[in-house]
Design a protein. Structure first.
Length: 155
């Protein structure tokens, strides 16, 4: 009950928080990855699939998740990807971090969210709005590159 009150209070103070979208989300999931080799990097892809294409008056902009924010990459008219850089596997050898290692900036979302929630920022008729995503699936981590066994052309 307290969580519901805080969410409603946050929405009222922002005056742009929505409890529902005009097009419902069909699926929201994350999939972490690692480069598979030392120094290959890591990250998390956050995928959102809507039940149908969003109306032209709705523009997806960015997503807040686990103290980070990511810009949108449109995959199709119903599917969007948000890429978050991870902090592990950037060291190419030795004890010193490489210059390739990203500086991960901590960002506070405009509405309080937990590590199991995300906040979608979008515009509706040109006005900034937010939608809290609470049902997020977590898929198995990918380790790149995935090499085929010798002599086996099919994976």
């Amino acid at each position: 009950m307290e969580t519901l009150f805080l969410f409603i209070f946050s929405c009222l103070t922002l005056q742009t928080c929505s409890s529902q979208l005009s097009t419902p989300i069909k699926e929201a999931y994350t999939q972490s990855w690692t480069g598979g080799v030392r120094g290959g990097g890591s990250g998390t892809g956050f995928y959102i699939t809507f039940q149908k294409a969003l109306p032209e008056i709705v523009v997806v902009e960015q997503l807040y998740y686990r103290n980070q924010v990511a810009k949108v990459h449109t995959i199709s008219e119903t599917e969007f990807l948000f890429s978050f850089v991870g902090a592990s596997n950037w060291n190419r050898g030795g004890d010193e971090p490489t210059s390739d290692a990203p500086h991960i900036k901590t960002v506070k979302a405009p509405v309080t969210i937990t590590d199991k929630e995300a906040l979608l920022q979008y515009t509706y008729k040109g006005k900034k709005r937010y939608y809290k995503i609470t049902h997020i699936k977590v898929k198995e981590m990918l380790a790149y590159p995935s090499a085929r066994p010798d002599g086996n052309e099919k994976n």
